[in-house]
Design a protein around this ligand. Structure first.
Ligand code: PLP
Length: 444
């Protein structure tokens, strides 16, 4: 056997290798392309640094809901119920598709009173546990498009959509968040155009639509707009009977929208009045991260809707394969916790009460913020619900810098600035809007 010291001399000490040489030796090309520090965490670090050096800084960077004293908002009945779970729920694996009672419950949590109505009208439903809403997005990207084809997004979207798409070898196309003029929410012509183009080029279309309480704008579609969108997807499916069309509604923030179950109502109405094309598949991404303040427990679900039970059984099988081959199973403890809360009246009432308080806190912050921005003439995008507001700008970096020097930390993203109303204490919101207005005038 070769003496290890001799081997080290022969091959050179690893510490003498440059990072580039190490990467060249150890990483295949596709892995070397990955990187980029998350902008949101970078700006959070700026805030923390400023705070540590004594600046009277306001934190508008994070995507978690903070109380007015800056601590993480935690729904207390959720933590107490989690701690009360039996050892089995802590230690055992969950069945790969999820705990059966959780899979039933999560469909109700996602779709509300619309669920039995659509089922009555022949739409079958199924749910699969995933590690967070992100896991549900990943499942759809892996299985409803072919690698090398294009995923359809709105032109403002959560940054990790692009990361998931890249991990799955997908390109992305977008349709506008709003029409360039007028009061309508949907640019029907643009949506029809991009659907048509994609269906000409590929056999499957998958679109991720984050609604209600869109990240990063806080925009929510009205009932009328939801129906317009659904009809455009259904019409595209009808016009292309040999191709597959999937609309994935990402409801990550639905618990903090005025209309929690708007999509359930729209889908129920559609199922009762219209013809559901067999090549139209609807998915709903559920996340317990925000609704149950269980961010770190990684609890979500993919809820699937289709007129064929057999097809849903098959989808479950396909997706279980992906889950098994990616993260194996999802955590059991949060599933058991959420189920316990929703099957005990007292716990449910407590959960709802706290959820409503948190929602009211967000509404108050948004009201103050929107009001001050309107007064200052700051052209925010429409912002109705949830965690965020967004100021569009071609060159957001200098505005974020100018805000930071004045004490407000926000996140410059492609095409504008994201303001995390979820993390700004209510008493600081008016000052935050005034700082943003000043920085915007400076950079406009
Ligand atoms: C738009 C959007 N979708 C989905 C998610 C998924 O969250 P999680 O995987 O924690 O459930 C998030 C989280 O921030 C989000 O902002």
């Amino acid at each position: 056997m070769t003496d290890p010291t001799e081997l080290a001399t022969l091959s050179g000490d690893a510490q003498e290798w440059t990072l580039e040489e190490l990467e060249g030796a150890l990483l295949p090309a596709h892995a070397r392309e990955k990187g980029g520090r998350d902008t949101i965490f970078a700006w959070l670090a700026h805030y923390q640094q400023a705070k540590a050096t004594g600046q009277d800084a306001i934190n508008g960077t994070v995507g978690s809901l903070l109380e007015d004293d800056g601590t993480l908002a935690v729904n207390p009945v959720v933590s107490s119920t989690l701690r009360e779970q039996a050892d089995l729920e802590l230690s055992a694996y969950a069945p790969l598709p999820g705990l059966p009672h959780f899979r039933t419950l999560v469909q109700e949590l996602a779709l509300g009173d619309g669920l039995p109505i659509m089922q009555h009208h022949g739409i079958h439903t199924e749910a699969l546990i995933t590690p967070g809403g992100t896991g549900a997005l990943y499942q759809s990207a892996r299985n409803l498009l072919t690698s090398g084809t294009t995923l359809l997004l709105r032109d403002r979207h959560w940054g990790p959509y692009q990361t998931i798409a890249k991990e799955c070898g997908l390109l992305t196309a977008t349709w506008p968040l709003t029409p360039s003029s007028g009061d309508d929410q949907i640019d029907v012509e643009a949506l029809d155009g991009v659907l048509k183009q994609l269906l000409n080029e590929q056999n499957h279309v998958l679109s991720w639509l984050n609604d209600p309480a869109h990240n990063p704008t806080g925009m929510s579609l009205t009932a009328e707009s939801r129906m317009i969108v659904l009809e455009r997807f259904a019409n595209s499916a009808l016009a292309n009977p040999s191709k597959g069309v999937t609309l994935f509604i990402d409801g990550a923030y639905a618990a903090y929208a005025k209309d929690h179950h708007g999509w359930g109502d729209t889908l129920a109405l559609f199922a009762s009045e219209a013809l559901w094309p067999s090549n139209l598949f609807v998915c709903f991404g559920f996340s317990a991260s925000k609704s149950h303040t269980l961010y770190g427990q990684r609890c979500g679900a993919l809820v699937m809707l289709h007129p064929s039970r057999e097809f849903l059984d098959r989808m479950l099988e396909v997706m279980l394969h992906t889950g098994r081959g990616t993260w194996s199973g999802a955590a059991r403890l949060p599933q058991a916790t959420v189920h316990t809360i929703h099957s005990n009246v007292d716990k449910f009432v407590d959960w709802l009460h706290e959820r409503d308080l948190l929602q009211q806190m967000l509404e108050r912050r948004r009201e103050i913020f929107n009001h001050r921005c309107a007064k200052e003439g700051v052209p925010l995008l429409p912002s109705h619900d949830g965690y965020f507001a967004f100021l569009p700008h071609e060159n957001p970096g200098p505005i974020a810098e100018a805000s930071a020097t004045r004490g407000l930390y926000v996140v410059p993203l492609e095409g504008g600035i994201r303001i995390g109303l979820c993390s700004i204490p209510t008493q600081d919101v008016d000052r935050a809007a005034a700082i943003l207005a000043e920085a915007w005038r400076h950079g406009a």
